[in-house]
Design a protein around this ligand. Structure first.
Ligand code: SUG
Length: 447
């Protein structure tokens, strides 16, 4: 059997990274609304994390940012004229819509798509479904271009099956891999695909949050499992505890994370936790499985939301050992810091704790795990990936040079009015499509 491994595709932070307070239910996004953003620093922080994981011996890819502003959307909602006029009118009459069309949110590639690897799918291919992200307007404009970027990245049609995103509308709200985890004894063996949803779309009487929206529906998760041809005896649908959503846990990856035979979770993450854990155990089979339960009296849900302890990456260093990749905020909270000391002593596969500064993204509610999309591939499948999207020394150096050349140091909400920003972005992305060999993937390149 060919060797399989996990490749993390990190989102390259786009040149218009800013704090617009667009995500109700995401506490950091609202708290930092209106702050001065630092796009260059944000992109370099993200690239540094990706490079450092590559240097650990892991395979690392990059997904390109989106064209911003999204002029097509601005036109669809009635702003007319030249690009400059459209921007000026939108800034004056509906600055919140302009900000949404300028958001750099595609950087959180955990929300780009759900990907099932070939050992889990009946046809033996890798299945990819972009998320419709329809719970937030600024994110609902992502799926089409995300789908095209994914097609330019996962190129070989004999290996990758690209599905269309699920129907728009709240019934099929889908947030991609942020609510999807895969457990397996080895990456190349068929795994258990674990979907976590926030509400039932067609059954109003079922538990649901009261204050904040549940972005993922059961019906969306079930649709993905059907599209990907997953084996029902190896698929689980679990509901997130609605109270945690109301406490600011807008995706499951803010409150639990899994890798291979390890599930690291907060005790309040799920509804009916005991039943779910029993189902994981049963569907996983006989090999050893590690559950690491974090009790509320040691780390509260609020601590988890503030530090993103669970928005960590669990990466395999070899067959049995893992590292946990955490944001710096975890070191700044005494309870989480103490917990991490204890974790090192526990008998479990986590042998290394790695801390990164991704503050620019964190201030919009995006930690290390939000910034990456996991894809499990074998040696032949990786040959079907566009090689210029895989982080090499050379591509890293090129991307750093590209960011340094094109990105602003600072960006405020008022500066979104500046038409020069539109052309700066277009020049930057035009050059990026050459570095990453993405063809004319952006709409402005087709006109
Ligand atoms: O969808 N923030 C993103 C953060 C996504 C985090 N992803 C995962 N947990 N996987 C969101 O809420 C804020 C943008 C702003 O307010 O400007 C934002 O979109």
């Amino acid at each position: 059997m060919e060797k399989f491994f996990e490749v993390n595709f990190d989102g390259l932070v786009g040149p218009t990274h800013n704090y617009a307070g667009l995500s109700v239910g995401n506490i950091a996004s609202l708290k930092n609304a209106g702050e001065i953003a630092r796009p260059k620093e944000a992109a370099l922080q993200g690239l540094k994390k990706a490079k450092s994981l590559k240097d650990l011996g892991l395979k690392q890819g990059i997904l390109a940012p989106h064209q911003r502003p999204d002029l097509e959307v601005l036109k669809r909602v009635g702003f007319t004229g030249s690009p400059e006029q459209i921007i000026e009118k939108a800034f004056k009459r509906a600055p919140e819509i302009l900000a949404a069309c300028y958001s750099s949110s595609p950087m959180w590639t955990a929300n780009a798509a759900t990907i099932s690897p070939s050992p889990d799918c009946t046809d033996g291919k890798v299945h990819i479904t972009p998320a419709n992200l329809n719970s937030k307007f600024h994110r609902s404009i992502e799926p089409e271009l995300t789908g095209n970027i994914l097609k330019q990245t996962f190129k070989d049609e004999n290996i990758f099956v690209h599905h269309r995103h699920l129907p728009e509308g709240l019934h099929f709200g889908d947030e991609g891999a942020a609510n999807h985890t895969r457990f397996c004894s080895e990456y190349g063996k068929s795994g258990v695909e674990f979907f976590v949803y926030g509400r039932h779309a067609f059954h109003a009487g079922k538990p649901h949050p009261k204050k904040f929206p549940a972005r993922q529906t059961l019906e969306a998760s079930q649709s993905i499992a059907r599209l990907h041809g997953l084996d029902p005896s190896k698929t689980i649908f679990a509901q997130q505890d609605p109270n945690t959503i109301d406490a600011g846990v807008f995706h499951n990856d803010v409150i639990s994370v899994g890798n291979k035979n390890l599930y690291f979770y907060h005790e309040k993450a799920l509804l009916n936790t005991d039943d779910v854990l029993a189902e994981i155990k049963e569907k996983f089979g006989d090999s050893e499985f590690h559950f690491i339960r974090v009790p509320d009296n040691q780390v509260s849900v609020q601590d988890a939301v503030e530090t993103y302890l669970f928005n960590s990456q669990l990466v395999s260093l070899n067959e049995t050992e893992m590292a946990i990749v955490l944001p710096q905020e975890c070191e700044e909270n005494p309870r989480v810091k103490a917990y991490l000391e204890e974790l090192k002593e526990l008998e479990n596969p986590i042998k290394e704790v790695k801390i990164y500064d991704v503050k620019q993204s964190m201030k919009n509610g995006g930690g290390p795990a939000c910034l990456r999309l996991r894809v499990c591939l074998n040696e032949s499948e990786i040959k079907g990936v566009n090689p210029s999207t895989i982080l090499s020394e050379n591509i890293y150096a090129e991307l750093v040079r590209w960011v340094e050349k094109h990105y602003r140091d600072e960006l405020t909400a008022n500066e979104l009015r500046d038409p020069k920003l539109l052309y700066e972005c277009q020049r930057a992305l035009d050059e990026l499509t050459q570095i990453m060999e993405l063809g004319s993937v952006y709409p402005f390149q087709k006109n």
